[in-house]
Design a protein around this ligand. Structure first.
Ligand SMILES: O=C(CO)[C@@H](O)[C@H](O)COP(=O)(O)O
Ligand SMILES: [Fe+2]
Length: 227
């Protein structure tokens, strides 16, 4: 099983102090920075773009930046995020006319491609694509907002995607996004996730290090119970 990675979603950070917030979660033990990009078109909310990603790199952030694109169309913005220092770029298949081509575009710009499945998107969308992907991101809420409740059917979907990843023989991260908290992360890990996005659970907590440590401990306990 791959290492457990914690990716705080900066959607729930204090945007007025973004650099300091990102420094604080990384110092508190986070592995990645999850960067939610919303366009008020594919989803009904508007957030941040490549200039903010570049500003974080200029600020000195060296951790992987995990860009979650909730934009339509996708391709036009990919080179800008690559230039801005994105590590992973993930997108929703519903937002791209040619999903395979978008994946290739992301890789050709030196980034790692990921595909995001909404709660109602069937796992079959991964057919013919797993060989090209470095990450599958399962949404456990509908995209657009932080602070929503985890949708339980994501657990079964995690198990099904984990089986497909195992069958592919490739090293593909399985990331979960939406409503992840210390009290459900164990069940999420047991279902097969190895990369955990958490926005409100981390940024609304008084002590980032304590909540990240609690999440890691829950994942470790679930993994040893399943071993
Ligand atoms: O992509 C999204 C929402 O569309 C997420 O990354 C959220 O920002 C996660 O926030 P929490 O559910 O953990 O509060
Ligand atoms: Fe996200």
């Amino acid at each position: 099983m791959s290492a457990c990675l914690i990716a705080p979603s900066i959607l729930s950070a204090d945007f007025a102090r973004l650099g300091a917030e990102v420094d604080a979660v990384l110092q508190a033990g986070a592995d990645w920075v999850h960067f939610d990009v919303m366009d008020n078109h594919y989803v009904p909310n508007l957030t941040i773009g490549p200039m903010v990603c570049e500003a974080l790199r200029r600020h000195g952030v060296t951790a992987p930046i995990d860009v979650h694109l909730m934009v339509k169309p996708v391709d036009r913005i990919v080179p800008d995020f690559a230039q801005a220092g994105a590590t992973y770029i993930s997108f929703h298949p519903e937002a791209s006319e040619h999903v395979h081509r978008t994946i290739q575009l992301i890789r050709s710009h030196g980034c790692r491609p990921g595909l995001v499945l909404n709660p109602a998107t069937p796992v079959e969308v991964l057919d013919y694509l797993l060989d090209e992907l470095d990450l599958v991101l399962l949404m456990s809420v509908n995209p657009g907002f932080g602070g929503q409740a985890f949708i339980p059917s994501a657990l079964d979907k995690l198990r099904r995607v984990r089986e497909r990843i195992a069958a592919s023989g490739r090293d593909i991260r399985l990331e979960i996004d939406g409503g992840v908290k210390p009290d459900n992360i164990g069940a999420i890990a047991a279902a097969g996730a190895d990369t955990f996005v958490a926005g409100s659970a981390i940024f609304n907590a008084p002590d980032y290090a304590a909540v990240i440590a609690k999440m890691r401990a829950e994942v470790a306990a679930a993994r040893s119970a399943n071993a």
